[in-house]
Design a protein around this ligand. Structure first.
Ligand code: SF4
Length: 367
């Protein structure tokens, strides 16, 4: 973290992963398959693992889904989290089947006694619980127009529920306080963080489709991350969960919090541009995504694709490698120094060759 200090939180173990206490901010997502369809669920999780997803959550809407936990776990490497609403007995079953963490929404799980029953099992299994408070399920917040009042209610509900867990001698706790508007969410997280040191799962709920959800999440999560809050993030999107993972890494990379993977930077183009840079960048992104989906690159690599040779190499001098477009060819540059030329039809191939070279010489790790 170069520019800002992260909030101090307690270390929590989720399967083989540690979050909080200065650990890297973990990227997570959620499956959208039917959990009972074990084959499809595993296939989706493997795809997300290859993209670098570090925690995966599945919905367990019924007992049959809970019974699939042990089977799913056999085939995946990352920690598996169960999302439970309404029925505490499903949580208990998932714990018995080896789940790595439980997320409960205290707003709909029922009485304190039911929460305590889940805590007892989690404690015995030594797994954490995420108290996932959601503004939509808090009646007291429904009629309020003032976002700051809503935030206080959200944070208050989280504290109340954390206290139930603490009263059982349980402190393996992660907390999320989600609302669909940014102000309520940010303020609720800030209030909670000023009162407790449990790791925070950040997210903006119901944020929307690929474009609108990404922008809303980047704005909301960006504010909190910049203020040092957040130990794990999910960019919730109405889209393929793979997009959530890619966006989460892009967001963390853009804040200089994490920098693994390949970042393609490019200029906005202008009258100096003599090549179809929009197409080149789109083709390059597809090629890089193919490599990343195969689980190849994890260390940082910045590749620049610039529209002109006048300003391109200079504007992208911090890139590891880049191409700046002339009329029919481009100038190749490495760390700001010109090293050769490349024909316009060979740009993407050249990038792939550069990535392969970095992987082979060990300067890029393999996942
Ligand atoms: S790098 Fe060149 S083409 Fe791209 S915006 Fe800057 S001046 Fe224009």
């Amino acid at each position: 973290m170069k520019y800002f200090k992260r909030n101090e939180t307690k270390k929590i173990k989720i399967g083989g992963l540690v979050i909080g206490g200065g650990s890297p901010v973990a990227v997570q997502s959620m499956t959208n398959t039917n959990t009972i369809d074990v084959k499809s669920t595993i296939r989706q999780i493997k795809k997300l693992e290859n993209l670098g997803c570090e925690i995966i959550r599945v919905s367990l809407p019924d007992m049959e889904s809970a019974c699939k936990v042990s089977e799913i776990k056999k085939y995946i490497k990352i920690p598996l989290v169960a999302d439970i609403h309404f029925d505490w007995r499903i949580a208990v079953e998932a714990i018995k089947r080896g789940i790595d963490k439980i997320r409960i929404n205290p707003g709909n799980i029922g009485s304190k006694e039911k929460v305590k029953a889940v805590v007892k099992e989690a404690k015995a299994a030594k797994i954490p619980i995420r108290v996932g408070v959601n503004a939509g399920s808090l009646k007291a917040a429904h009629s309020l127009k003032d976002n700051l009042q809503k935030a206080a209610i959200l944070a208050g509900a989280a504290i109340d529920n954390v206290e139930i867990l603490e009263s059982c001698g349980f402190d393996d706790i992660v907390v999320s306080l989600k609302a669909s508007d940014i102000e309520t969410t940010v303020e609720a997280y800030k209030i909670f963080a000023s009162k407790r040191k449990y790791p925070l799962h950040l997210g903006i709920t119901e944020s929307g489709s690929l474009l609108s959800g990404n922008i809303k999440s980047a704005a909301g999560l960006g504010i909190m991350l910049y203020e040092g809050l957040g130990d794990t993030i999910r960019v919730s999107l109405t889209a393929d969960p793979a997009e959530e993972v890619k966006s989460a890494f892009m967001l963390l990379r853009s804040l200089n919090i994490r920098n693994e993977g390949i970042e393609i930077i490019s200029c906005p183009t202008c009258a100096r541009t003599k090549i179809d840079l929009i197409k080149v960048v789109s083709d390059a992104e597809k090629a890089v995504e193919k490599i990343e989906r195969a689980g190849k690159i994890i260390k940082p690599l910045k590749i620049a694709l610039m529209g002109c040779i006048v300003n391109g190499p200079g504007e992208a001098k911090d890139a590891d490698f880049g191409i700046a477009g002339g009329k029919d060819e481009g100038l190749l540059f490495e760390k700001g120094k010109i090293i050769g030329k490349v024909k316009k039809e060979d740009w993407v191939k050249t990038i792939i060759r550069f990535i392969d070279k970095e992987v082979k010489n060990g300067s890029c790790g393999i996942r």
